[in-house]
Design a protein around this ligand. Sequence first.
Ligand SMILES: Nc1ncnc2c1ncn2[C@@H]1O[C@H](COP(=O)(O)OP(=O)(O)O)[C@@H](O)[C@H]1O
Ligand SMILES: [Mg+2]
Length: 271
Amino acid sequence: MILEVQDLRLAFGGVRAVDGLSFSVGEGEIVSVIGPNGAGKTSAFNCVSGFYKPTGGAVRLAGEEVTGRRPSAIAARGLARTFQNLRLFGELSVLDNVRAGTHLWLKQSALDALLHTPRYRASEDQSTDEAQKWLDFVELRGDRTGLVRHLPYGEQRRVEIARALARRPKLLLLDEPAAGLNHGEKAELLALVRRIQKLGVAIALIEHDMGLVMEVSERIVVLNFGREIADGPPDDVRRNPAVVEAYLGRDADDEVHASGTGCAGEGVDHA
Ligand SMILES: Nc1ncnc2c1ncn2[C@@H]1O[C@H](COP(=O)(O)OP(=O)(O)O)[C@@H](O)[C@H]1O
Ligand SMILES: [Mg+2]
């Protein structure tokens, strides 16, 4: 297993955002985490990636316990993530945003950097080449030398994924990557997720777009009120009465719809 989450708990005052959650992600697997707004999906990802310190439970990454460690330490163990609300460096160029990802593994000494030695310049060239490669990989359109905040929203989302990939992760956490994308962009995101999986990178995906989730996931974990209410292959989860109930609240006469790529939109937000 690349990721094992065991009895994870996170409380904000009296609110139990994550309330005894256990799930795992195998090597190279795509696992989606779904659930109504406020179910605790982002909180769980924040605990896994070290942005929040869990109140209880354990997180293991590639067999090593990383519970409560700092984000940088967890990133160095092979985890990269994107954010529900983009967190790019708006005042840096597109290229420099992705180059920032490479500095996780690029070996540079402060002295070489200070003195601008040939060794330092060579490693900066390597960083740039690698960043260009990932921007090609995500099929970024538009100018790579201009400020990232000047790109359209959908392109900024790609830059964030490119930056995460530039860290060379074993596991990538994506928090609502399809939010705000149009139909065509969602189809491209689906293809991109598949290309990432082909690299051997495992993916944990929080997503509201059921078309995308049903299409791409090997397994789906469903959260409600910080707890797991289902965990299984898409076809099982779609027919699970507890899942239908959580999404639809009252009339459980409908299943969670899966249609082609990216058509469910934000339709699962509130019961
Ligand atoms: N930083 C925070 N401080 C206080 N409460 C929070 C914080 N982050 C999330 N919550 C609460 O935790 C619960 C789960 O939120 P969240 O993890 O964002 O859910 P989801 O991503 O599934 O929509 C919600 O009740 C939310 O209001
Ligand atoms: Mg969220």
